[in-house]
Design a protein around this ligand. Structure first.
Ligand code: SF4
Length: 646
């Protein structure tokens, strides 16, 4: 076996139908082309998942992946996660966390874990370095995610890191998530349901092997430099300090209508200025600091609610300020009412974001008399905490109307019928995070399109903003955006197409942002600005080379990001996704958005169509279908995939 640097050098295959366990050496050629983490996982999923299969059948595959930097002391690279075919969207899904089992998996000697088949009864996959066992877990079936993690540790010992599902995943709720180490969430698009369909209750990992990097001194030097930069960043205080980010970032986004409430029905400026404030958060909810693996920033928190009507024991929340605040969407009146459903989402193992959006959708339908009291199992649905808590229980246990809502917004809309689909706000089946009708400033009328909100249309997972992170979420001068493009390694010829003296072209810039972000996220980088801001294409290439001993130029790194992005696009194309699936939800294109005293107009279909055409052209995709062209795939070194494209 060759020596690996950065990479552990192994892929572990587990077939839950036959109980076969096989260890295989990592393909170095694949590693160089797809980097690691979600990059290699995407390629493996593309090769292993046959098009057209039922995502909840034994034929679906879960691929866990870590990057060559995972588990090292390089600050900023804690993220690892899974790839599969989503039961919510029927398309590609990837989700990752900064509190994952990734580092431990790496210490156990594995870069990737491939899980296929379906166990007859509930099982827990136990990985202890080279020993891999599929153990019965019927005693844990029915436990919530906190209880499951505790049960595993009390049985196996505290050295084990845990990944598990709760009742949401067991009951195949199509937006069930996987919870890692009690608080890391692989939240989006139903990975928990895929695990549930395999009767995979949990994975427990213990690893004691080290990681060898190629150039130790250089690696240490770069790690120290980055650590120093992080320590000096003014963003640290903003993101870390007891919810300061709420007033600085969340509040303006609600005031601009980028985030909103009541099924994308209106902005929520008054709640943000009066109730969901940083001060209230710091005084009543915040308990202590918490960091992802190896992160010197620690922008996460332990939160809880003492006493009152909705007490919640202290727990660690992936997004401690954002998730409870999102429940204002459905009518939570204050932080106490917001924290309770956020806590229940973690406990039951369901994606808090999709849960609140589908609840909001149901309340909206009830208010519009599309759903009757009888449809709602005799309950009156209203924008309040009672409805939220009632529907969470119904969804998790697929009880009555909960069984329909558990299918997700798109399929629930179809099943309910009677015009419900018009109010089903989703992109490719996933509820978008950001509204395309949000404005540049709180007083504007005109929608402000920027890289993140338009990027949701192109994200292979559906409407999530996290894949197209850029500096454009606040309006900036062209020179500033130009510097940002240079830092990503955008080639000169593309710079000419993106920038004029006074303007920048959003869809063309977005294409390069998607390549760059896919590259850095495949390597496990945290997407918070205080981390992203320390890395550009040049130091990423240096870091890759000194860690792995394999030379990749900055341009080759960026190209690898593009290769991964195109592979994910092909996965979806194979499932029938095409240009029409990149369009915004009907509601955002037909209804205005009231934000405080303002009314923002709907997104303009013609403008979006033009943007898609330019994005496709910049990407080398067919303009009519949005599918990568043969020529583009050959250029990216995806010759086999090119042969399959018409
Ligand atoms: S900055 Fe925050 S989200 Fe990012 S790695 Fe650190 S603690 Fe985790």
């Amino acid at each position: 076996m060759m020596s690996y640097y950065g990479y552990a050098g192994n892929v572990l295959h587990v077939d839950l139908t036959t109980n076969a366990v096989k260890k295989e050496e990592l393909d170095v050629g694949m590693a160089k082309k797809f980097l690691g983490g979600q990059g290699i996982s995407s390629k493996l999923a593309y090769d292993l998942i046959k098009p057209g299969i039922d995502p909840l059948s034994p034929e679906n595959v879960l691929v866990y992946g870590v990057s060559p930097f995972t588990g090292t002391f390089m600050p900023g690279f804690p993220r690892a996660g899974m790839v599969s075919k989503s039961p919510l969207t029927g398309l590609f899904v990837e989700s990752n966390s900064g509190n994952s089992i990734g580092p431990m998996l790496k210490y156990a000697g594995y870069d990737h874990l491939i899980i296929t088949g379906r166990a007859k009864n509930p099982v827990c996959l136990v990985i202890n370095n080279d020993d891999v066992e599929i153990k019965g877990a019927s005693d844990m079936w029915g436990m919530d995610t906190f209880e499951t993690a505790d049960a595993i540790r009390s049985k196996l010992g505290d050295e084990y890191w845990t990944s598990c599902i709760g009742p949401g995943g067991e009951n195949l709720v199509s937006f069930a998530c996987v919870i890692e180490n009690r608080n890391g969430m692989l939240s989006r698009a139903g990975l928990g349901a895929v695990a549930g369909s395999k009767n995979l209750k949990a994975i427990a990992v213990r690893g004691t092997k080290g990681i060898t990097v190629y150039e130790r001194r250089e690696f240490r030097k770069l790690a120290e430099e980055i650590r120093e930069k992080i320590a000096k960043s003014p963003l640290i205080d903003l993101w870390r300090n007891r919810g300061k980010i709420i007033d600085a970032y969340m509040k303006p986004f609600y005031q601009r209508g980028i985030y909103n409430k009541r099924n994308y029905g209106e902005g929520a400026p008054e709640s943000c200025t009066q109730v969901f404030t940083q001060r209230e958060f710091a005084e009543h909810i915040w308990k202590s600091y918490y960091a992802c693996f190896g992160c010197p920033c620690g922008c996460k928190a332990i939160i809880g609610v003492d006493g009152g009507e909705y007490p919640v024991q202290d727990f660690k929340m992936s997004n401690p300020w954002g998730t409870p605040m999102l429940f204002i969407e459905c009518g939570a009146k204050d932080w106490d009412e917001g924290v309770k459903p956020a806590y229940l989402s973690s406990k039951y193992g369901i994606d808090a974001f999709e849960t609140l959006r589908v609840i909001s959708f149901a309340i909206d339908l009830y208010k519009k008399r599309v759903l009757s009291r009888e449809d709602a199992d005799g309950a009156e649905l209203d924008w309040n905490i009672g409805t939220i808590l009632n529907l969470i229980e119904k969804i998790v246990h697929k009880d009555g109307i909960g069984a329909i809502l558990a299918k997700g917004i798109k399929d629930a809309g179809k099943e309910i019928g009677r015009g419900a689909e018009r109010y089903a706000v989703h992109i490719k089946g996933l509820a978008p995070t950001m509204d395309l009708r949000g404005s540049r400033t709180p007083d504007d009328r005109e929608p402000y399109l920027f890289v993140e909100n338009v990027g949701q249309l192109l994200d292979p997972r559906g409407g999530h903003h996290g894949r197209s992170w850029s500096t454009t979420y606040v309006p900036r001068k062209v020179d500033s955006i130009k510097r940002y493009a240079v830092s990503m390694g955008v080639p000169d010829e593309a710079m000419g197409r993106i920038f004029s003296e006074s303007q920048w072209n959003l869809p063309r810039l977005l294409k390069w942002v998607d390549d760059f972000d896919t590259m850095v996220f495949s390597l496990g980088l945290c997407m918070r600005p205080q981390m992203m801001a320390n890395f550009d294409v040049n130091n990423m290439a240096t870091l890759y080379s000194i860690t792995t001993g394999m030379e990749l130029s900055p341009q080759e790194m960026l190209e690898a990001g593009g290769r991964i992005w195109n592979t994910q696009r092909l996965f979806n194309a194979r499932e029938g996704a095409t240009r029409k699936d990149d369009m915004p939800p009907y509601k955002m294109m037909t209804e205005p958005l009231r934000v405080g005293g303002n009314v923002n107009p709907p997104a303009k279909e013609g403008e979006i169509q033009d943007m898609l055409s330019e994005y496709y052209e910049e990407s080398g995709w067919d303009k009519a279908t949005g599918i990568p062209t043969k020529e583009k795939l050959v250029e990216l070194g995806l010759e086999d995939e090119a042969k399959r494209v018409a």
